[in-house]
Design a protein around this ligand. Structure first.
Ligand SMILES: Nc1ncnc2c1ncn2[C@@H]1O[C@H](COP(=O)(O)OP(=O)(O)OC[C@H]2O[C@@H]([n+]3cccc(C(=O)O)c3)[C@H](O)[C@@H]2O)[C@@H](O)[C@H]1O
Ligand SMILES: Nc1ncnc2c1ncn2[C@@H]1O[C@H](COP(=O)(O)OP(=O)(O)OP(=O)(O)O)[C@@H](O)[C@H]1O
Ligand SMILES: [Mg+2]
Length: 275
């Protein structure tokens, strides 16, 4: 029995899907993308391709929903991306036979650095967020000009922890894999025929050199997904989660902290209530 099967047997919480459920999820997402484009009266979709598994899976689903001709990929490397990112993204675009363009974002980011107060660019996170938000501006530039929608790639693990840039990679028209935990995105990717080296690629926001999601969050995705499914979104107490998963209490505390401190990212900007 796999860990996920054991978890389901012990807790009733389904982390990985059965074959039938996976098929149903795939069909549901494909229909969702087609409806979004249709309802918008749009002629297709724009998607940022990083070579990472979230954008790769979303691109595969988009091609299934809309056809290759209706999907436009944007590769937007910066100086902190390893060359392999661009190669992987190109592989995806070529395997799917979609139109794609490569836009070097360095001159744009440099213009922000030159224009802003000096100390802003010394903040690694602030500068990384500029890279992410620059891609959002480019996605919408192309979407506006071509009457397309912008496909987001955010998944349920990122949404629950706020692991994205506010008005950056979250500035999109829809998130087709937004109801899937990271492990479920990987499961669906395999089902869609995504090459295994892309499925298992180390997740990274590539906001600075050497960044990885798991190192920055201090959690690996298997633990994160299970803690979210059992505790944050699920029925188990903290104690039962620690016992069931055999994870340190601090890991559960960390996930809860990420969830609570990122609540502002999951709602519209508030205004004072009417007097
Ligand atoms: N309580 C509150 N109520 C209302 N607004 C609040 C707030 N707390 C902060 N804010 C605002 O939010 C800002 C901070 O949020 P934000 O600008 O997003 O920045 P922040 O959350 O500090 O950083 C983004 C995080 O997402 C990760 N990320 C980004 C992009 C892509 C990926 C990926 O996986 O690919 C991951 C990145 O590594 C980093 O950990 C603050 O400067 C402030 O403007
Ligand atoms: N170099 C890039 N070029 C184009 N789009 C990018 C680039 N880097 C990030 N993006 C966009 O930002 C999204 C968010 O990045 P994120 O890292 O969460 O997803 P991913 O790269 O697809 O998968 P992973 O999390 O496994 O690295 C990407 O899915 C992609 O749409
Ligand atoms: Mg990535």
């Amino acid at each position: 029995m796999t860990d996920a099967e054991l978890l389901q047997k012990e807790t009733g919480v389904e982390l990985l899907f059965s074959d039938d459920e996976l098929e149903a999820r795939r069909d549901h997402i494909v229909e969702f993308i087609a409806d979004i484009v249709d309802d918008a009266g749009a002629e297709g979709a724009v998607i940022g391709l990083s070579g990472g598994i979230d954008s790769t899976t979303t691109a595969y689903l988009a091609v299934e929903a809309l056809g290759a001709d209706a999907v436009h990929g944007l590769l937007m490397p910066s100086s902190v991306n390893p060359d392999a990112d661009e190669t992987d993204a190109e592989r995806v675009a070529e395997a799917l036979d979609i139109e794609y363009d490569t836009v070097d974002i360095n001159p744009i980011v440099d213009a922000f650095v030159d224009a802003a107060p000096d100390h802003a660019a010394e903040d690694r996170m602030a500068l990384g967020n500029v890279r992410v938000r620059t891609r959002a501006v480019l996605n919408y530039f192309v979407a506006n000009a071509e009457n397309r929608v912008v496909l987001g790639t955010g998944n349920r693990s990122e949404a629950a922890t706020g692991y994205y840039t506010k008005y950056g990679d979250q500035a999109v028209d829809c998130n087709p894999v937004g109801n899937l935990y990271k492990c479920q995105v990987r499961q669906l990717a395999r089902e869609l025929g995504v090459p295994e080296d892309l499925v298992t690629r180390t997740p990274t926001a590539a906001m600075w050199e050497g960044q990885t999601d798991e190192e920055e969050m201090g959690l690996d995705y298997d633990d994160l997904d299970a803690i979210l499914a059992l505790h944050v979104h699920g029925p188990l107490s903290k104690h039962a989660t620690v016992e069931t998963l055999d994870v340190p209490e601090e890991a559960v505390d960390r996930v809860v902290e990420l969830h609570e401190t990122s609540a502002h990212k999951r709602s519209m900007p508030p205004a004072p209530e009417s007097l």
